[in-house]
Design a protein around this ligand. Structure first.
Ligand code: IDP
Ligand code: MG
Length: 154
């Protein structure tokens, strides 16, 4: 696999959907040059969300986090490109919007950690796990972006 084919799991959380920020968020990843591989809108079950956040089980905010994520539909996506996991996290900003710089998604669109509008995988390994949890292999598209030669040197 070429390094331009790294993939990350990004999800607009229920507050981002309700606040009409789906388009703005997608736009940032598109403008950057990343390739959209898969996308769906889904109200995830609590069991699914407990699995997604299993590393945080035991944290005091865990139940509230699952309730929040279950409170409405999310827009789940897979984005692909060079260093997309790390760059995606930079584009998101810090977990707490109060620590996020202007110009980042959380820095520009939200205020509190418990309503921080977007999820992004924190490592290539967790991206693989999260993509497998949210998407069936056949839901991942495999088209060649016509912009590719204008985004990458090789
Ligand atoms: P991340 O989303 O930036 O990767 P994590 O530490 O993995 O941050 O936490 C997952 C999610 O849990 C956060 O995005 C946020 O929605 C929620 N969360 C994290 N810390 C707190 C907290 O202290 N209070 C309430 N919710 C929190
Ligand atoms: Mg995380």
């Amino acid at each position: 696999m070429s390094c331009n084919q790294e993939q990350t799991f990004i999800a607009v959380k229920p507050d981002g959907v309700q606040r009409g920020l789906v388009g703005d968020i997608i736009k940032r990843f598109e403008q950057k040059g990343f390739r959209l591989v898969a996308m769906k809108m889904q109200q995830a079950s609590k069991e699914h969300l407990e699995k997604h956040y299993e590393d945080l089980k035991g944290r005091p905010f865990f139940n509230g986090l699952v309730e929040y994520m279950h409170s409405g539909p999310v827009v789940a996506m897979v984005w692909e490109g060079l260093n997309v996991v790390k760059t995606g996290r930079v584009m998101l900003g810090e977990t707490n919007p109060a620590d996020s710089k202007p110009g980042t998604i959380r820095g520009d669109f939200c205020i509190q950690v418990g309503r921080n509008i977007i999820h992004g995988s924190d490592s290539v390994e967790s991206a693989k796990k999260e993509i497998a949890l949210w998407f069936k292999p056949e839901e991942l598209t495999n088209y060649k972006s016509c912009a590719r030669a204008w985004v990458y040197e090789d």
